[in-house]
Write a protein of this length. Sequence first.
Lengths: 291, 199
Amino acid sequence: MVTEGDVQNAVVELLRKTVVRLPKDVEAAIRKAYAEEKDEVPKMQLKAIVDNIDMAAKSITPMCQDTGVTIFYATLPRDCKVDVAKGITEGVRRATREVPLRPNAVHPITRKNPGDNVGEKHPYINWKLHDKDYIEITVMTKGAGSENMSQLAMLTPTQGLKGIKEFVLNVVLKAGSNPCPPTILGVGIGGSSDIAMKLAKEALLRPIDQPHRDPEIAKLEKELLEAINMLGIGPMGLGGKTTSLGLNIEYAYCHTASLPVGVNIQCWAGRHGTVRIAPDGKATMVVPEGG
Amino acid sequence: MEKTIRTPLSEADARALKLGETVYIDGIVYTGRDEVHLHALDYLEKGKKVPVDFNGAALFHCGPIMKKVGDKWQAVAAGPTTSSRMNSLEPKFIEKFRPAAIIGKGGMSQPTVDAMKKFGCVYLAITGGAAVLAAKGIKSVEGVEWFELGMPEAIWILNTQHFGPLTVAIDANGGSLYTQVNAKIKENEPKARAKLGLA
């Protein structure tokens, strides 16, 4: 039977792998951008990024000092008896010491830093159930540079598709050099104010080489990405071909009088990881690929 | 073309750096971000002495991951943070504390560019997220001040060697690569809008 200790151990390893190595789709997109860049200044930025990815993997060191806030998605078997929330929380506390992660979590008003990345509603966990016998835990370690550039718009239905495109383009223009481009863009359309933002973040968990299953949405993803890459913001906002590595959309039905749109920006270091814990307690990494 | 500069820098050293040039730093670099700016300016107002001398120094917008090995701190990962968060305080900080170089990512606002021109300070861009590469240029951690602000917000005193590569992205004569890129973005924007069928 899975124990709280199994969950804790799996979460420590999940966090270690997530902050050290990128998912393979993100890494491939970065290497492609580097190969295709011709201008000297952006090429140097991409070279530093590629070198850094290699050095982080080799030395098992977090690729970026901003190891983010830990946002969890836990999917449990219906008959799950183990305290997964406690396992995750203690796992974060241990990983902060053992990996190490930067102690980023502070009280929002006093700014007091407890030093262990644990506090009120932190780490935040999104819950789901499934009909499988294993526990699946996904974590996104989200840095502040890109998160700070994220935005929500409550558009009117009459603004429609044009309004959505206009908003996404403006978010990217306003963010400019700040979110560590080349970025990945998560766009959430519909739902409600909170759901649009939640979908925008969840969109970042889908591989960027995997278009949306609905061909119309996939077409919009491609069109927006191509337009954004015409802007010339480039790596670190110093000009160049690649402003964004990918753009994923998720949508939900919404009220007939509403059109919420959320954009969540992810820096080039699009770190997220997934681990599965079998009924016997054995953990298997799913993302980043290759254990 | 690349060259090495040694801290502390004179005003003439800073003014001699050319826009777009690649440089590496040898010598002491101080980290300082949001809270260090707030604190230092607050100390100044209260007539209290800040614990380090920023005159001619390189100020690094960075909140590193540090690890204590024995009684010594070691830099694990130390890339830049978003410099624009310091926009509102930086012109005053430059005027009062006179650093000669600011290291960060993403560039800074026009009032900061103006202050850099007036007081002889450059902005050196280091690649965001490339924190292992940056840490490689940190030979040792000489100390820490204002540790009570938390690991990311403290002043870390870094002894660097071949720290970089850094791009002179804002020079001490009013030039800025970001201004140049922004002009190009303005030029490109109508094409991107047309692609999306926007007026």
